[in-house]
Ligand binder design. Structure first.
Ligand SMILES: Cc1cc2nc3c(=O)[nH]c(=O)nc-3n(C[C@H](O)[C@H](O)[C@H](O)COP(=O)(O)OP(=O)(O)OC[C@H]3O[C@@H](n4cnc5c(N)ncnc54)[C@H](O)[C@@H]3O)c2cc1C
Length: 447
């Protein structure tokens, strides 16, 4: 963009903000710009023209309508947790949705209407991840096995369309939003179900990891045997290998989503019997307290990138690669490995014809977090992430799913036709119908 064009756009925007004083905004010279621009991953080279902060859905619609009418490129930002910066662009207006963070619960229908910019901390997953950004593209969470993925929580939506109009999403638009999200509009409001869970049994189990390859194998052999016998949907487990102060450790997050705490305790015993335990923090708690605890494990800010791969099963060969790779993992506290799982038989593992989120069978989503707290560790973390991913890619292709988790896949590596599978052709037609000018071209889902 030329300086003249930038100046002309800024001039138009200044007029718009003068007429809409309720919409807060910051330009690169504003004192708050750096704070507002900051995101989970450091992205020093990306600088929006303006950060606009509407506080109501109507104000967000006016903002979008103005930039669309004036051919000014824009991006949408909520939690800013996209590792690849798909929420800001140089020279574009960043519409920061975070002030639209209301929650209105309807007791009778057990549903809630939530603002499109609400974060997990306002509401309930990782505190700084945006709910809409998380849910629209999949949304693995601590209660996924019991209640389903985030994408399956979207009951209704108010969307700002490509003309800048605020509309209620119809059946067709809802289907597209459930998986391909921002390519079809700005989510101003979502209606989601309310799951009542006053008490839960949750916490981290750290296994003795002096011999990390052995403990990973022992845990997974036992876990697979438990899966074959059948694990209740109430139980969600997440494996990870973390750099703890005393060394690399296999940590399993245990969440029991039922008030039947006695049965949960039996399952906590079964899981902690899979390998020798160093520390077991599973306890009766509330979902909110548990979230506060897991939050402490997530840094607010880091540098680096994530790599992902989705596998149908953890074969011996894959377990060997995991074991070798985590031994080589740099010791920076922000570098780690984790996996999400959709277990066969749980709600989101079944076909959902009202959604384009394609991968529904039992699967493991690997998160190779090649991040570094310290700048000097970044090259090492990047090389480790690349090597781990390459080694996994060389294992037997029969275990692989064609699709990867969109939110964690780099724009350069993403293959949308594989991500959306048989829904891809339909999505391309829908995009042509709903956004013929491509005003949502910056969305994570590019069609
Ligand atoms: C520390 C961390 C933990 C994570 N944990 C998990 C996890 O447990 N499970 C999981 O499934 N994923 C997880 N993720 C991935 C995360 O869910 C996605 O990256 C998600 O898209 C982030 O949403 P956001 O609003 O925070 O980010 P942003 O970067 O603000 O937005 C991400 C994308 O969504 C779009 N978007 C955001 N809000 C709207 C809106 N209202 N309307 C239209 N488009 C919008 C943005 O334009 C952008 O393309 C994690 C990521 C990080 C960094």
């Amino acid at each position: 963009m030329t300086e003249d064009l930038a100046r002309a756009r800024l001039h138009k925007l200044a007029g718009f903000f003068a007429n809409n004083p309720s919409i807060q905004h910051a330009t690169p010279s504003s004192p708050k710009f750096a704070e507002l621009r900051a995101a989970y991953v450091s992205l020093p080279d990306l600088n929006p023209l303006v950060i606009a902060r509407p506080s109501t859905v109507e104000a967000a619609a006016s903002m979008v309508s103005f930039v669309v009418a004036n051919d000014i490129p824009f991006t949408i930002r909520s939690g800013g947790h996209d590792s690849f910066g798909r929420f800001i662009r140089n020279g574009a207006v960043a519409v920061d949705m975070r002030l639209i963070n209301y929650v209105e619960i309807d007791q009778e229908s057990s549903t809630a209407r939530i603002g499109g910019g609400i974060l997990g901390g306002d509401f309930g997953t990782v505190s700084s991840v945006g709910y809409a950004g998380w849910a629209m593209y999949g949304g693995y969470g601590p209660y996924s096995s019991k209640f389903g993925l985030g994408v399956d929580q979207i009951l209704a939506a108010k969307v700002i369309n490509a003309q800048g109009e605020l509309v209620d999403a119809d059946t067709e638009l809802l289907k597209a939003l459930r998986g391909a999200g921002g390519a079809f509009g700005v989510v101003a409001e979502l209606t989601i179900p309310v799951h009542r869970l006053a008490q839960t049994l949750a916490g981290a189990i750290a296994f003795q990891s002096d011999d990390l390859p052995a403990v990973i194998r022992q845990y997974n052999t036992g876990y697979q045997a438990l899966c074959a016998e059948g694990i209740p949907a109430e139980l969600t487990l997440q494996q990870s290998v973390l750099n703890l102060p005393h060394g690399k450790t296999l940590v399993v997050l245990f969440v029991w989503a039922s008030s039947d705490i006695k049965t949960g305790q039996l399952w906590a015993e079964k899981i902690s019997a899979l390998a020798p335990v160093a520390h077991n923090a599973v306890q009766s708690t509330t979902p909110l307290t548990y979230l506060t605890c897991t939050d402490r494990m997530v840094p607010s800010h880091t540098r680096g990138r994530v790599r992902t791969i989705s596998l149908k099963r953890l074969s011996e060969e894959v377990l060997d690669v995991i074991s070798t790779s985590v031994l080589k993992m740099p010791t920076d506290p922000h570098t780690f490995f984790a996996m999400h799982e959709i277990r066969t038989g749980t709600p989101s593992a079944q076909g959902h014809s009202d959604s384009v989120f394609a991968v529904r069978e039992g699967l493991f989503v690997f998160e190779i977090i090649a991040n570094a707290q310290r700048e000097e560790n970044l090259d090492l973390a990047t090389a480790w992430g690349q090597e781990f991913w390459s080694e996994l890619s060389r294992t037997n292709q029969e275990s692989f799913l064609p699709s990867t988790y969109l939110s964690l896949t780099a724009p350069k590596e993403v293959q949308m036709s594989r991500i959306f599978g048989e829904n891809f052709a339909w999505l391309v037609v829908m995009r042509g119908k709903h956004d013929p000018r491509g005003v949502f071209a910056a969305a994570t889902a590019r069609l």
